[in-house]
Design a protein around this ligand. Sequence first.
Ligand code: COA
Length: 200
Amino acid sequence: MTVSMAQLSPPTVDVHESFLAAMAEFQAEGRGYLEDRSMIGSEIRTYGRSWSSPEVFTEYVRWLRAQALESSTRPNGWVPSTTLWWVDGVHFLGRIAIRHWLNAHLRRLGGHIGYDVRPSARRLGHATAMLHAALPVAHELGIEQALITCDEDNVASRKVIERNGGVFENKIDNKLRFWTPALQPDDPANPRSAGQERHA
Ligand SMILES: CC(C)(COP(=O)(O)OP(=O)(O)OC[C@H]1O[C@@H](n2cnc3c(N)ncnc32)[C@H](O)[C@@H]1OP(=O)(O)O)[C@@H](O)C(=O)NCCC(=O)NCCS
């Protein structure tokens, strides 16, 4: 699955089969257990036993899309979030979630954006490209500077953030905190982008 063919998509039932295979890969590396406080861990715990059923998967996709609505029912303390999947045709490669605003916990440790690439698709540039593609979406949601955090020993995630312009602020507990401009230099909406200059 090459990076050039992959793109962001709202959660969709079209990738059901490869999504299940990807979740099995995440579970094989220990995701979904009680101590996994991530969104993907929570979703595996809630839906993992039943989302092989097309009906349950359809319900899961609907629920996930609804998390972007301010009116949605969310676990206590969760803010609205837009989840996008990184797909190549019917192949699910990863997911990225943009929290619409920061509550006290997110401002300290969680940040605006979280992402995962399925283990079999790692080290191909997908996370770097996926974050790059998601930043304009964050900007559309009103985020000027996205707070993105990673564990201090997560070399891969740190590179992904820095490659997307993330500027290190500090470390809290074991989390490195970076502020990343949501409007990237090559974003057509950026007045300084080459595309805009051509139209000037
Ligand atoms: C972190 C993660 C998203 C990176 O995804 P990815 O698609 O492999 O990332 P990329 O291919 O864009 O790689 C970015 C850089 O990190 C490097 N990298 C990737 N995995 C690495 C690893 N395990 N150890 C060291 N460097 C690594 C890549 O080589 C690349 O650097 P390079 O261009 O100098 O070679 C993925 O490993 C993952 O899903 N991990 C589990 C969940 C997680 O940690 N999410 C982030 C939470 S903050």
